[in-house]
Design a protein around this ligand. Structure first.
Ligand code: XMP
Length: 516
C-alpha cells in the first residue's frame, strides 16, 4: 500500500530539513526535494498528500530566482508556503512583493485575524513566531485573504478563498515559533488528511524483513566506520542475515588515538563479525602532495572502494556493500544537474566521493532516509551502549580534512596527540555529552612562541566545538574560559609542533563544521 506523505520543495532555506524532521516527528512520512528536481508531472505521479514550499534566500523578482510552474496549483493538492514559499505563491497568483522597511530576524508577535481557518485551528489569537526575511507581500492576490499579521508585518499569513493553499511569512518549523508544531499538525492532519504512518519501530522491522528478502543467502560487506550510523546499520543487517554480514574497518592511519582497538572491542561486545584492514601506508602515499579538500575526499573514497573490492574478491557469494549513509549525507552531498541553489557543499566520502561505477557490488543503505536524531532514537530502542549512541561523529576522510593543506605523517601525529588531549579534557570537565562535536584543526601556518625561555616557531591549531541538533546547522559551544585555557595550556605544553590555539566562534552557516 502506498504511504501518505508530504513533499517539501526546497528553495534553499537553512531550515528546510527542519520542516521534514518536525513532520516526521509528528508521525507522517516526509520527503525533501530540490524545487527544481520535481515538476508538475513528477508531483502528479508521486501523489503527495500535501506540498510545502520552503523558505529560501532569494527575492522573487531577482534574475534567476527559483520559480515553479503555476500549474502545480491545478493539482488540487493542499499547499503550504513558508517565507520565500509564501512570497512565491503570492507572486505566481499576481500579488506584489517588496523589500520590507526593516529586515526582520527573530521573535515577532503574531495576531490571528481569522481564527476559523484550518491552519490556525486551536491556536490562541496571539502568540510568538520566528521571522527571518527581507521581502514581504505588499499586495495580496485577489483569490487570497489575510489571516494573520504581526506588529511589523501587515501580511503575515494568507489563505486562498477556495483552495487549500496557505502561506506564512514566519517559520513554523523553528522551535521559537510557539505554536509552529500545531500549525504543521493542522496542515498535515486537518488539511492534507494524512494518517499516522511514520514510526521508527515499524521502520526497523520492515527494514530487517526487506534486507532478509533482498540479500537472500548472499553475503554483505559493510564499510564500518565505528560511528553510530554504522553501528545501527550493522545491527539491523546483522539481525536480518546474521554472520552473512562482514564488517570491514579500514585503518587509514587518519584515525584518532586507539580508535582501532576501541572499535574492535565494541564489535566483539555486539557480536559483529569484523575484519580490520591495515591500510595506513597506502592512504598516506595516495594523499602525499594532495592539498585540495575535495580531491582528498575523492582519493580516499577511491581507496576505500578499491579495498572493499579487493576484500570482496576473497569472499565467496558476496553481492552487496552496505553503508551507514544517512539523509543529511545525501542532502548535503547531492548535486542536482538542474539545481541552481543548494550546490554540493562537500562530497562526504560515503556518498558523493564514492566512485560507485568502480564498484561491482550492489549498495545497501538502510538509513539513507533517516536524520541523525532518528538514527540515535533507533539505536537507543535497539539497546546500543551509550558510548556508541553518543559518540561524536568522525568524518570518513578522518584527520586528513582537519590538516589544512598537505598531509604528512608528522602532521597526523601532532594532530592526533592534540585531539587526544581535547578528548581527555572534555571527559574530565564532563562536557563531552553536552556538545555535539569537538575537534582540532591544524593550520598550515606557523607562529612565533616561547617555550622554556626558547623561541619556537610552530603550527597554529584551532579548537572547534559545536552544538547542533542535526549537523545541518550549528552554533559554536559557549564553554568556560577555564576549560578553554586548560585545553590550550595542555596542548601547547604537551604537543611538540603546536604553540598557539585559537577558538573558532563561527556558526554553520556561514561556516561548515569541519574546516575542509
Ligand atoms: P560539515 O563540515 O559539512 O560537517 O558542516 C557536517 C558533519 O559531517 C561530517 N563530515 C563528514 N563526514 N565524510 C564524512 O563521513 C566527510 O567527508 C565529511 N565531511 C564532514 C562532519 O564531521 C560533521 O559531523
Amino acid at each position: 500500500m502506498k504511504k501518505d506523505f508530504i513533499l517539501i520543495l526546497d528553495f534553499g532555506s537553512q531550515y528546510s530539513h527542519m520542516i521534514a524532521r518536525r513532520i516526521r516527528d509528528i508521525g507522517v512520512y516526509t520527503l525533501l526535494s530540490h524545487y527544481n528536481d520535481v515538476d508538475y508531472d513528477v508531483i502528479s505521479k508521486k501523489k503527495p498528500k500535501g506540498l510545502i514550499l520552503s523558505g529560501g534566500p532569494f527575492s522573487v523578482y531577482e534574475k534567476n530566482s527559483p520559480l515553479i510552474s503555476k500549474s502545480i496549483f491545478q493539482l488540487n493538492i493542499p499547499i503550504f508556503g513558508i517565507c520565500y514559499g509564501m512570497q512565491l505563491i503570492s507572486f505566481l497568483f499576481g500579488g506584489e512583493i517588496k523589500k520590507s522597511k526593516y529586515k526582520e530576524y527573530g521573535k515577532s508577535h503574531l495576531i490571528i485575524d481569522h481564527t476559523n481557518n484550518s491552519l490556525f485551528y486551536g491556536i490562541p489569537k496571539k502568540s510568538i513566531v520566528w521571522m527571518s526575511h527581507f521581502d514581504e507581500v505588499k499586495i495580496i492576490p485577489k483569490e487570497f485573504k489575510i489571516i494573520a499579521h504581526t506588529t511589523s508585518c501587515n501580511i503575515a499569513a494568507l489563505g486562498h478563498l477556495n483552495k487549500n493553499i496557505y502561506a506564512v511569512q514566519f517559520h513554523p518549523e523553528v522551535k521559537h515559533t510557539e505554536y509552529g508544531i500545531f500549525m504543521l499538525k493542522n496542515f498535515v492532519f486537518h488539511i492534507c488528511k494524512c494518517s499516522l504512518n511514520w514510526k521508527l519501530n515499524n521502520f526497523v522491522k520492515n527494514t530487517i524483513d526487506n534486507i532478509k528478502k533482498r540479500v537472500n543467502k548472499k553475503k554483505v560487506i559493510l564499510g564500518f566506520s565505528g560511528g553510530v550510523d554504522s553501528f545501527v546499520t550493522a545491527y539491523i543487517i546483522h539481525k536480518a542475515i546474521g554472520n552473512s554480514l562482514i564488517c570491514i574497518f579500514v585503518d587509514t592511519g587518519l584515525l584518532l588515538e586507539n580508535e582501532k582497538e576501541k572499535i574492535f572491542s565494541l564489535c566483539e561486545k555486539m557480536h559483529f563479525p569484523i575484519k580490520i584492514i591495515d591500510a595506513k601506508k597506502r592512504f598516506l602515499s595516495k594523499l602525499t602532495g594532495v592539498v585540495d579538500p575535495e580531491i582528498k575526499r575523492k582519493v580516499i573514497g577511491k581507496e576505500f572502494i578499491c579495498l572493499f573490492q579487493k576484500e570482496s574478491n576473497k569472499i565467496n557469494n558476496i553481492e552487496f556493500l552496505a553503508q551507514g549513509t544517512i539523509y543529511s549525507d545525501i542532502i548535503e552531498s547531492s548535486v542536482s544537474s538542474k539545481n541552481l541553489i543548494s550546490n554540493s557543499i562537500k562530497s562526504h566520502h560515503n556518498v558523493g566521493g564514492l566512485p560507485t561505477t568502480l564498484m561491482k557490488l550492489k549498495l545497501i543503505e538502510p538509513l539513507k532516509k533517516l536524520f541523525k536524531d532518528e538514527v540515535r532514537k533507533i539505536g537507543k530502542k535497539l539497546g546500543l551502549p551509550k558510548e556508541i549512541l553518543y559518540r561524536h561523529p568522525f568524518p570518513g576522510p578522518g584527520l586528513s580534512i582537519r590538516i589544512i593543506g598537505g598531509v604528512s605523517e608528522k602532521k597526523i601525529s601532532i594532530l592526533r596527540k592534540a585531539e587526544n588531549i581535547l578528548l581527555q579534557e572534555l571527559i574530565t570537565y564532563k562536557i563531552y555529552n553536552s556538545v555535539s562535536q569537538a575537534f582540532i584543526v591544524l593550520l598550515p601556518v606557523k607562529s612565533v612562541g616561547i617555550k622554556g625561555d626558547k623561541r619556537t616557531y610552530e603550527y597554529v591549531a584551532i579548537l572547534r566545538i559545536i552544538n547542533t541538533e542535526d549537523f545541518m546547522t550549528a552554533t559554536f559551544s559557549r564553554l568556560s574560559y577555564d576549560f578553554l585555557e586548560k585545553v590550550s595550556n595542555r596542548i601547547t605544553n604537551e604537543v611538540d609542533g603546536i604553540n598557539r590555539i585559537a577558538y573558532d566562534i563561527t556558526s554553520k552557516p556561514p561556516s561548515t563544521i569541519e574546516w575542509e
